[in-house]
Design a protein around this ligand. Structure first.
Ligand SMILES: *[C@@H]1O[C@H](CO)[C@@H](O)[C@H](O)[C@H]1NC(C)=O
Ligand SMILES: *[C@@H]1O[C@H](CO)[C@@H](O)[C@H](O)[C@H]1NC(C)=O
Ligand SMILES: *[C@@H]1O[C@H](CO)[C@@H](O)[C@H](O)[C@H]1NC(C)=O
Ligand SMILES: *[C@@H]1O[C@H](CO)[C@@H](O)[C@H](O)[C@H]1NC(C)=O
Ligand SMILES: *[C@@H]1O[C@H](CO)[C@@H](O)[C@H](O)[C@H]1NC(C)=O
Ligand SMILES: *[C@@H]1O[C@H](CO)[C@@H](O)[C@H](O)[C@H]1NC(C)=O
Ligand SMILES: *[C@@H]1O[C@H](CO)[C@@H](O)[C@H](O)[C@H]1NC(C)=O
Length: 538
């Protein structure tokens, strides 16, 4: 019988089913404990059985069928209950899940045999369906200091729960094979902003006890990845190779001011994207950030040739980097692996920019005067991050084009009707400072102070930042505009009409403020000289 520690673990486990799975994976002793508890409580009719039965009917069914072979008293209510559950759980002849429309010869070609006589020499194969779960899928690795590295990737949610995807990190010098450093891998999981899917983001923090590779001779970072149910079932994988001279290059970057003031990390670009809108978004933010920025876009299949033609001038001018990560689709995770890509971008930009912004291409940042973006960034320069409130924009109501040439006015210049209050999913919060996802907030991270990114706020550290009142800094959210399927400007209204008349034509207009800020800034941005080259590629 297992000792006290196993019983402690047992209490921590939420369901017997989970316990059985874990036991199967990890510990036969635990399996015995679980089964013994179930069988003992079934025999003694103690209440724990009923609790377990309620928590996990499936496991109790399993337990009960084992138990019944030990002559269960069929007349007791608990076993009645089990039989009822059994009857409901088993597919019956008439169940829609049955295979009555598959012929027997088809079944045989699939490898399933129908047993007409007792065969004493059975061969049964396993047939896989769906996806394999990998313990660690590596995306990219970054040196963070003389002794610390971060390996950005994803792990199977099951693996994360029952095992360590990565156990150790090793540094091997390229020049001196006896110079080996080993450290424990520290996993960073992001608990925000993802709905459960097969894969979750997992960054490996490899921090050694002393400096590694600083002799500038080059070396490799090796990770020990879990590949089976037992502690010794591991495999070594190269996470990063540092070339000769790269360490001193790192020191130079770390010890000098970053080349950009701002880095932008875009969301995964997928689906049918309105190409012109992206350019309009770039023009606006390029003006707002005064050309001191660098944009990172992650393409997961949304960028086609016509997008690339429009974006090429930005790439060639050195403002935009497009990272193609289309194969992420093989590893199902929340929203096209958005969190993994955000974490990649955080580490990628650590020594490139003072601040890294994480928002979407349907969101426009606005800081009303008298404050400015630079005054805010310098005021909060010691904070790890600052977050901005989100205000929705109506995509249906547009101002009439101001000139005869329709193309002369971009949609963002005519979408003027904005909600009166910021979005907040929790009515008990002050909507103006509604934190994290409840407020659909977006943020800028002080890249050297943050080690994990979520979508709506920094994840490590997740406290100590400044959640700005939406009156101070706002993301205007043109939700859904990016998709070419969205119909925009279905109601055009003339700005010369008095507001009472406007309200008669479009009563919903009363729910919105007419807000010119983004429109006016876009107009100024379009007039700014250095855009000619970026817009026309000349
Ligand atoms: C089964 O339990 C019932 C009531 O709990 C009892 O009357 C009966 O004698 C038991 N039967 C056996 C075979 O133990
Ligand atoms: C079984 O349950 C019924 C009602 O569901 C109850 O009346 C009866 O007393 C129970 N019998 C035993 C042996 O617990
Ligand atoms: C190689 O590394 C080991 C361990 O760090 C060290 O003791 C040894 O002096 C090194 N050899 C050379 C040639 O640098
Ligand atoms: C990384 O690991 C080191 C050593 O275990 C630890 O001191 C440090 O706080 C970790 N960093 C993060 C961001 O988790
Ligand atoms: C935008 O305004 C129109 C009225 O013109 C209304 O029908 C629509 O529901 C509004 N959209 C949103 C997202 O509020
Ligand atoms: C945020 O600003 C609004 C509007 O000025 C104000 O009503 C609200 O009290 C402010 N909230 C906080 C927490 O400062
Ligand atoms: C509103 O203006 C746009 C031009 O941006 C035009 O395509 C659209 O048809 C107009 N809508 C209506 C209802 O007139």
């Amino acid at each position: 019988m297992a000792g006290v520690p196993d019983c402690k673990r047992l209490r921590m486990i939420r369901s017997v089913k989970g316990a059985l799975q874990m036991a199967a994976l990890k510990d036969r002793r635990l399996a015995c404990t679980v089964l013994s508890v179930i069988m003992l409580s079934c025999t003694l009719q103690v209440p724990i059985f009923y609790v377990l039965a309620r928590v996990s009917t499936l496991s109790c069914f399993n337990a009960a069928s084992i138990f019944r072979s030990f002559s269960l008293n069929d007349s007791v209510n608990a076993s009645d209950r089990i039989r009822r559950i059994t009857a409901n759980d088993q597919p019956t002849e008439s169940s829609p899940a049955d295979s009555s429309n598959i012929r027997e010869d088809q079944l045989n070609t699939l490898g399933f045999s129908t047993l007409n006589k007792v065969d004493t020499n059975l061969q049964q194969s396993l047939h896989r369906h769906g996806y394999a779960h990998y313990s660690f899928v590596q995306f990219n690795s970054y040196r963070e200091s003389a002794r610390a590295f971060y390996v950005v990737g994803i792990t199977s949610a099951v693996n994360k729960h029952f095992d360590h995807p990565v156990h150790n990190c090793e540094w091997l010098s390229s020049q001196n094979s006896t110079n080996i450093h080993v450290t424990k891998a520290n996993m960073i999981y992001v608990y925000y902003d993802q709905f459960p899917r097969l894969y979750v983001v997992a960054t490996v923090n490899c921090t050694f006890d002393e400096d590694v590779g600083m002799d500038d001779l080059g070396g490799s970072l090796i990770i020990t990845v879990s590949v089976g149910p037992y502690p010794g079932d591991t495999e070594k994988a190269v996470a990063m190779v540092e070339q000769q001279g790269a360490a001193s290059e790192f020191v130079r970057k770390r010890d000098n001011p970053p080349p950009y003031k701002i880095a932008f990390c875009g969301p995964p670009m997928h689906g049918n994207i309105r190409a012109e809108w992206i350019v309009h978004w770039l023009v606006y933010h390029h003006y707002l950030w005064k050309g001191k920025e660098h944009f990172f876009f992650y393409n997961v299949g949304g960028l086609q040739d016509h997008h690339h033609r429009l974006l090429d001038p930005w790439v060639k001018s050195g403002y935009l980097t497009i990272i193609d990560a289309s194969d992420q689709g093989q590893y199902p995770s929340w929203y096209h692996n958005q969190l993994m890509l955000a974490n990649d971008c955080l580490h990628r930009t650590r020594f490139l920019a003072s601040w890294t912004f994480f928002h979407d291409l349907d969101e426009f940042l606005h800081i009303p005067p008298p404050r400015s973006l630079s005054s805010l960034l310098s005021r909060y320069r010691d904070k790890p991050y600052i977050t901005f409130g989100s205000i929705g924009v109506n995509l249906t109501i547009c101002a009439d084009p101001q000139s005869a040439d329709l193309a002369a006015d971009w949609p963002v210049q005519r979408l003027l009707w904005m909600h009166k209050r910021p979005y907040c999913a929790d009515a008990t919060f002050d909507p103006w400072v509604c934190r994290q996802w409840q407020g659909a907030r977006k943020y800028a991270a002080n890249s050297r102070k943050v080690y994990a990114a979520a979508v709506h706020t920094a994840a490590r550290p997740d406290v100590g930042g400044a959640d700005l009142n939406a009156t101070i800094a706002t993301m205007y959210h043109y939700h859904g505009v990016l998709s070419t399927q969205a119909n925009i400007c279905q109601v055009n209204v003339s700005l010369s009409l008095p507001s009472s008349q406007l309200k008669e034509i479009v009563p919903e207009i009363a729910d919105y403020n007419k807000e010119y800020a983004i429109s006016k800034t876009t107009t100024k941005a379009r007039k700014s000289m250095d855009l000619t080259q970026l817009l026309l590629g000349t």
